[in-house]
Design a protein around this ligand. Structure first.
Ligand SMILES: [Mg+2]
Length: 264
């Protein structure tokens, strides 16, 4: 599908934003340039889910006398699903869901020592050092030369700020949006806040459900970059037939894909 051309720019807009903005808008239309590239953070730029898996194994070990591992993991996932609306996404909510599950499977008899272990496991997660995924540094640096990059991530505010600071990638981003959930309207607002209509934006990430589908829904390009591990609550069907849906084997191919979208 061709890139939608928006060549109607009202006099009001020209008066308000000036001739320079008008010229840049016309140029963007002519070159079909993407005005914003949104990037997810966890498991797109740096490792994340792996730490949850390690903690879940530790959790299973702690409760191995009370509950078989498969059953425990299923109950934990159910607790997380129930609690998302109350706690939001991130490690703190995960810790509370582990505690709730521990109470559930022991019928309230879980010891203080086990609760302390669960809290310690969660605190370890909050301090784990950042491991960038392959290509992340080069791709973010390259794309930032000619594009506005916006990091769009959910999770605990403090934890995401810490990870971004440690990643060393912060300066490449024009903006950072740490959001409570990734609903379609969140993308519309985030793109607008940084000066772009959704149809001139692209969102790339490892979650089909959170990064790709809602971005496609508001008219942006959606790029799925699968990660080694995916949380069960982030899985969704691929919108294979959508003309703006793309899938890359890893982050390394993103600059090339952006160039292809802009030049076709
Ligand atoms: Mg992610």
């Amino acid at each position: 599908m061709p890139f939608p051309l928006r060549i109607y720019i009202s006099h009001e807009v020209i008066q308000k934003r000036g001739r320079k903005a008008y010229a840049s808008a016309v140029l963007n239309v002519m070159t079909q340039k993407l005005q914003i590239i949104g990037l997810d953070a966890d498991d797109t730029l740096w490792q994340n889910e792996e730490f949850y898996r390690v903690t879940q194994a530790r959790f299973a070990e702690l409760l191995s006398d009370c509950c078989p591992e498969d059953d425990l993991q299923a109950r934990l996932l159910e607790a997380e699903r129930r609690n998302i609306g109350h706690y939001g996404f991130g490690i703190k909510g995960f810790m509370l869901s582990m505690i709730e599950t521990a109470l559930e499977v022991t019928e309230g008899k879980v010891s203080g020592a086990v609760i302390a272990e669960i809290l310690a496991a969660g605190q370890d997660m909050l301090q784990h050092p950042i491991t960038l995924l392959p290509h992340a540094e080069r791709v973010v640096r390259d794309l930032s030369q000619a594009h506005k990059l916006v990091l769009i991530t959910k999770g605990d505010l403090l934890d995401q700020e810490r990870k971004l600071a440690q990643s060393g990638l912060g300066d490449y981003f024009h903006g950072v949006e740490i959001v409570s959930d990734k609903r379609p309207e969140i993308y519309t607002r985030a793109f607008q806040r940084h000066g772009a209509a959704a149809d001139h934006a692209l969102m790339a990430g490892n979650s089909m459900k959170s990064d790709v589908i809602p971005a496609l829904e508001v008219g942006a390009f959606g790029v799925y970059i699968p990660s080694a591990y995916i949380w069960a609550l982030e899985a969704a069907e691929a919108p294979e037939t959508h003309s703006r849906y793309h899938r890359l084997p890893d982050l390394g191919g993103l600059p090339e894909l952006v160039a292809m979208i802009e030049n076709r």
